[in-house]
Design a protein around this ligand. Structure first.
Ligand code: TTP
Ligand code: MG
Length: 348
């Protein structure tokens, strides 16, 4: 089944934060970084980019290119604060978020029924509402194309690259835009008249393999728009849980167990998908007088089994022995561990 991948990247991130914090800078050529001979440009507003200023450029060159440039010192802790707000929005959509830098991430939204374009629009609206900043969003069926898409209409862009569009979009691209081709190889290719992805695909196979050796297979796939790399969430998940407020208060154990079954299946699915295991199962209930009760059990081994989680949860519910009517029921698992680590420990 085709995946749904989203790539997001904030626009002129550090410079835009400075413009939001000080609105008198809006529409002006803001350059974040030092202007001296030792200073380096971190980034600059799109107004400054018109003068040719770029990230990583020495400050004195930026000052020459853009004499009206407003140089500002770097405020890392402030950018991190805004970045956290943006990532909170992303994590509210899915746990499968792979951060690439302070302002950039991939999301795998394959399991979400909402059309990707609506998710993308939601991200843009929420980011703007919470931070006053714009973010560019790319949608496609793999990471490479989603990243290409987010860059397509920058700033404040949104773009979908569908499977049918791939040859038309990729073939005319300059080989400079293809990730993984070094500067020297680009010069070499340009010297023999190879400028575009199409030119590269038309090279004799033997020459292609000689040029890119062990990278050839991956690069060739990339040029055809094929990229099977998964989105790798690297956030440490501390617990996973589901809960619901019931439509009417109840003390019907079978009815409550029915929710525990649904939650166990849902949690087990997520554990398996993220390759994690858990040791502690907790149930939480709120009664009609709004008091909260939780009860946990830690077992001796790690599990991701829905049957096991469900059976422990049912026992915990029995043990709570509540006399009041219940208005909310929840189930969570914690004490998590990476499945690969547990398998290695087991083999030792
Ligand atoms: P980028 O996303 O590469 O750049 P950007 O957000 O400023 O602009 P764009 O609209 O093109 O995405 O990098 C994110 C932030 O990382 C950037 O605002 C500043 C910082 N950064 C550096 O400090 N040095 C660098 O060389 C680069 C490329 C970025
Ligand atoms: Mg950016």
């Amino acid at each position: 089944m085709s995946r749904k991948i989203i790539h997001v990247d904030m626009d002129a991130f550090f410079a835009s934060v400075e413009q939001v914090d000080n609105p008198s800078l809006k529409g002006k050529p803001v350059i974040v970084g030092g202007r001296t001979s030792k200073g380096v440009v971190c980034t600059c507003s799109y107004e400054a980019r018109k003068y040719g200023v770029r990230s990583a450029m020495p400050g004195f060159i930026a000052a020459k290119k853009c004499p009206n440039g407003i140089f500002l010192p770097v405020r890392h802790s402030r950018y991190k604060e805004v970045s956290n707000q943006v990532f909170d929005i992303l994590y509210s959509i899915t746990d499968i978020v792979e951060p690439l830098s302070i302002d950039e991430a991939y999301l795998d939204v394959s399991d979400i029924d909402t059309p990707s374009i609506e998710i993308a629009q939601y991200i843009k609206n929420e980011v703007f509402k919470k931070t006053g900043l714009t973010i560019s969003v790319g949608i496609s069926h793999n990471k490479y194309l989603a990243k290409l898409a987010s860059d397509w209409n920058k700033p404040d862009g949104i773009k979908i690259i569908s499977e049918e569009m791939v040859p038309e979009i990729l073939r005319p691209l300059s080989i400079k835009t293809v990730y993984g081709i070094g500067k020297k190889t680009i010069d070499k290719l340009n010297n023999i008249g190879v400028y575009t992805v199409n030119d590269l695909l038309n090279l004799p196979k033997d020459y292609f393999v000689e040029l890119f050796s062990n990278q050839s297979w991956e690069l060739y796939n990339r040029l055809l728009g094929i990229d099977n790399r998964p989105v790798q969430p690297n956030r440490e998940t501390k617990s996973l849980g589901r809960e619901t407020t019931l439509s009417s208060n109840t003390d019907d154990i079978d009815y409550l167990n029915h929710f525990l079954l649904l939650f166990s299946k849902d949690i087990s699915y997520t554990l398996k998908k993220q390759n994690i295991l858990s040791k502690t199962i907790t149930i939480k209930i709120k009664t009609s007088d709004f008091s909260s009760h939780t009860k946990s059990k830690t077992i001796h081994h790690y599990t991701d089994s829905d049957d096991e989680i469900y059976s422990i949860a049912c026992n915990l519910l029995k043990e709570i022995n509540i006399h009041d009517n219940i208005r909310l029921i929840g189930l969570s698992v914690s004490n998590l561990s990476d499945k690969k680590i547990e398998q290695l420990t087991f083999l030792r």
